[in-house]
Design a protein around this ligand. Structure first.
Ligand SMILES: [Zn+2]
Length: 467
């Protein structure tokens, strides 16, 4: 508030006028509390400074060096030894995670989720698919079961999604996203967090999201508490006409996993803009503001599941009921995606590493790392958040249960006009689990978040109505 007033003296004058006017109501005072960006954590800022465009360049060039990473390409021991095909890529990613783990005293558990996908449209015969991931286990016994996850797909393709032999460099799609997962693992494994972070790279994306579907289903079946999934797919900053100051963040509106009952409530109360994935997107926008000096790219929220005619691995997680968003560069060059490497009529086709802007990927990795670190440092969101709707009244009463895991130092209520995309106001509540605000629930959308002693904020939870 202080810095905001210093920057905007007119705001101080406005507040003084409001405070002095005899008609000032509690409602006006509440509305004069604009939401501040969350506070940056110095430890995280220092880690973001370790993200290296040079490391990212080395990793993307290494991924491209495997020739093709088509999910159907070779993965027998000879091809792994020869360094060509998806098997060689998988083994290299695993060895990278293991190297980062050695550097942090074995802090990462490196795992492979391997399965055989039956024959399907883009899979001519049963094919082994393997997701490679590293787990940075939370240090707090009660919070280690909470998981935040970053992912990219390491498989690639060219013009023909069944071409097992031809080159498919996949520098941007999705060498860039794979490099983001790897770089986040390298940098964040040097820190400790109360909650768990998973650094994932999946295969099978280009054949039908097979790897992420298997992983998300496994997580659901095993009851994993995944609070957030960040999917990076095509974050290479390709193209001379690129806007390198922003990265798009796509989030679903109506949740893929919504039941008929959920949809009825969403329809009745105007909840179409408040899925858990959209709260995650807003949280990322807030992280972008908090770390604006460290990150170098601004999240641009797109309130849409994905681009026209396209899909991605975040959807696999959405289908299982997890909050998941997709990061993608602002403007894509379709000559450089899903194309055989060739030159035709003066146009260079193919997803070559030379079209990737490694500094841009580093900025996107910093934004991801800041979001992962913020979420893994924060308390769990408050449980069972309710908005009491038994009586017709112009005040609004919210109740909730304590943030599980015992790390919350207090709670905050956020609200915004129904027509505004992001949270506008915040009211600190202290440790109470209930509050009544002089604001009509008919006019705004509320949420409650938990905050720890250092100011780390949980994801906000929009209340369910309770009669
Ligand atoms: Zn992709």
């Amino acid at each position: 508030m202080i810095s905001r007033l210093r920057k905007r003296p007119w705001l101080m004058i406005l507040l003084l006028v409001l405070a002095a006017s005899p008609g000032t109501s509690a409602q006006t005072k509440l509305e004069a509390t604009p939401a501040e960006p969350m506070a940056a954590d110095e430890r995280v800022s220092a880690a973001l400074g370790q993200v290296s465009a040079e490391h990212i360049r080395t990793n993307i060039e290494k991924l491209v060096s495997f020739g093709t990473r088509l999910t159907l390409s070779a993965q027998d021991p000879d091809s792994v030894a020869a360094g060509r095909g998806i098997g060689a890529a998988r083994e290299w990613i695993k060895s990278e995670f293991e190297r980062y783990s050695r550097d942090c005293g074995g802090c990462l558990e490196v795992k492979i989720d391997s399965f055989t996908e039956p024959a399907a449209d883009r899979i001519p015969q049963p094919t082994k698919i393997a997701n490679v991931y590293a787990v940075l286990k939370g240090t707090d016994a009660q919070n280690a079961k909470r998981i935040v996850l970053v992912t990219g797909h390491y498989d690639s393709r060219n013009s023909d999604t069944l071409d097992t032999k031809g080159d498919a460099p996949g520098g941007n799609d999705d060498g860039s996203g794979t490099a983001v997962s790897l770089e986040c693992a390298r940098v964040l494994s040097k820190l400790k967090f109360p909650a768990t972070i998973i650094f994932l790279t999946v295969a099978g994306e280009e054949q039908g999201l097979n790897g992420s579907q298997h992983f998300a289903k496994m997580a659901k079946e095993q009851g994993w508490n995944i609070e957030a999934v960040l999917n990076n797919d095509i974050v290479g900053g390709d193209n001379a006409e690129q806007d390198r100051s922003v990265v798009r963040v796509f989030s679903e509106g109506l949740p893929a996993a919504a039941t008929e009952q959920d949809i009825g409530r969403i329809r009745g109360l105007g909840g179409e803009n408040d899925s858990a994935s959209r709260q995650l997107a807003r949280y990322i926008a807030d992280v972008g503001r908090a770390y604006t000096d460290d990150v170098g790219v601004k999240p641009m929220l797109v309130f849409r599941l994905d681009r026209y005619l396209r899909g991605g691995d975040h959807y696999s997680f959405n289908q299982q009921g997890f909050a998941a968003v997709r990061f993608t560069e602002f403007r894509e060059d379709f000559h450089h995606q899903h194309q055989n490497v060739r030159r035709e009529n003066g146009i260079e086709y193919g997803d070559l590493a030379k079209f990737v802007d490694f500094e841009y990927v580093a900025h996107v990795a910093r934004l991801n790392a800041a979001a992962l670190a913020s979420l893994a440092s924060a308390p769990a969101p408050p449980a069972n958040v309710r908005l009491l709707t038994k009586d017709l009244e112009n005040d609004s009463t919210l109740t909730w249960e304590a943030s599980p895991g015992g790390r919350a130092a207090g709670y905050e209520v956020l609200w915004r006009a129904t027509t505004n995309p992001e949270w506008e106001h915040v009211q600190k509540i202290g440790t109470s689990l209930r509050t009544t605000l002089k604001l009509s629930k008919d006019n705004v959308i509320f949420a409650v978040r938990a905050v720890d002693a250092e100011g780390h904020c949980s994801l906000p939870v929009v209340p369910a109505p309770q009669r």
